[in-house]
Design a protein around this ligand. Structure first.
Ligand SMILES: *[C@@H]1O[C@H](CO)[C@@H](O)[C@H](O)[C@H]1NC(C)=O
Ligand SMILES: *[C@@H]1O[C@H](CO)[C@@H](O)[C@H](O)[C@H]1NC(C)=O
Length: 335
């Protein structure tokens, strides 16, 4: 037995793979096994495992090709989505469903239109307006996480108390137009919260990552109320900045691309379109060391995705829609 095989065999023993059954000297298989252990992934049979290994391999090769491109401002990496095709990823982890007929538009104007006091950079995380990163799991209710992040933000700023609020209450109870794990829109969620006279806490109505029956009793204690909500003028990053300088903002983006799926760090500069499919929240902005301006965006895919759950997305791009359409359908609640 050569020394290389000895090392591989030792590795199998260390990571506890049943070596008798599936000895494989393919480095990608080893990487896949390690990835499975790290993410607790179990496959139902060997056919499924073989298929997932094939997809994993394609994704890892893609990640490496992007990372090796000299001009890339961002890095990709393995995460819990690495054994999913881009189609599968898109189908299960987003959930922004813009439907014109069902969209509850606010009636007021743009309250921040005359704002001129705009710091060069801002991070609402250090100002008591952002709760720890959450994880929507395999439920397409990004819209609830996006809306709740904005409501937590304005509540933290206006009351001085940062409290984690309930996405599940929106999933279960805001069912007129929004469709729980099958998608929804942040404006509808804001409207629900206004009419519901607030939202209860995460602790009181915890997240289950599935559609449930509205629990009216739990709903009784509302800790966060908003008076109304407003849309940011569409396709205007300068308007978005006026809001972001004052509070976290709900935004819709096109998060369906492979680079978004595998994003790991750096200022994301694309590749993405403007086919809005995901709701997230802008919780700050700044300028990277190389001079690239960015939006600090809070996602709801846990802390292992991106920069501890966040992504920095390029700001002030040539297109009016913003990168990935970030300036197309932004909105925010008022205290
Ligand atoms: C890097 O350069 C290649 C070739 O010029 C181009 O196709 C690609 O879009 C660039 N990528 C970035 C992130 O700028
Ligand atoms: C902004 O300024 C204009 C001109 O003074 C004024 O008419 C408008 O009401 C202001 N908007 C807000 C939201 O205060």
């Amino acid at each position: 037995m050569g020394s290389k095989e000895c090392i591989l065999l030792a590795m199998f023993m260390i990571i506890g793979v049943s070596a008798a059954r599936t000895i494989s000297y393919d480095p990608m298989s080893v990487k896949h096994e390690q990835w499975m252990a790290k993410h607790g992934r179990v496959y139902k049979d060997s056919a499924e495992k073989e298929l997932r290994l094939k997809i994993f391999k394609q994704n890892v090769e893609y990640i490496e090709s992007v990372n090796n491109a000299e001009n890339s401002t961002y890095k990709l990496g393995t995460n819990r989505f690495t054994d999913l095709t881009n189609e599968e990823f898109k189908a299960t982890h987003n959930g922004f469903r813009p439907s014109k007929a069902a969209l509850k538009k606010p009636t007021g104007g743009f309250g921040y239109e005359n704002v001129t006091d705009i710091p060069a950079s801002l991070d609402w995380r250090s100002k008591g307006a952002v709760t720890p990163i959450k994880d929507q799991g395999q439920c397409g209710c990004c819209w609830a996480f996006s809306a709740v992040a904005a409501v937590e933000g304005i509540t933290g700023i206006s009351t001085g108390k940062l409290v984690s609020l309930s996405e599940q209450e929106l999933v279960d109870c805001d069912t007129d137009e929004d469709q729980g794990c099958n998608g929804g829109v942040m404006d509808n969620a804001f409207k629900f919260i206004v009419e519901n006279q607030g939202l209860t806490t995460e602790a009181n109505y915890p997240y289950t990552a599935s559609d449930g029956t509205c629990n009216n009793k739990k709903e009784l204690s509302h800790v966060a109320t908003i008076s109304d909500y407003e849309d940011v003028p569409a396709n205007s990053e300068s308007s978005l900045l006026k809001v972001a300088a004052n509070q976290p903002v709900s935004v819709a983006i096109d998060a369906g691309g492979s680079d978004f799926q595998h994003y790991s760090s750096g200022v994301f500069t694309g590749d993405c379109g403007t086919d809005l499919d995901h709701g997230v929240a802008v919780v700050g902005y700044g300028i990277a060391n190389d001079g690239t301006k960015y939006w600090l965006v809070r996602n709801s895919w846990g802390t292992s995705w991106g920069e501890h759950g966040y992504i920095r997305m390029q700001r002030d791009v040539d297109a009016a829609e913003g990168l990935c359409g970030i300036a197309m359908q932004a909105s925010y609640p008022n205290a």
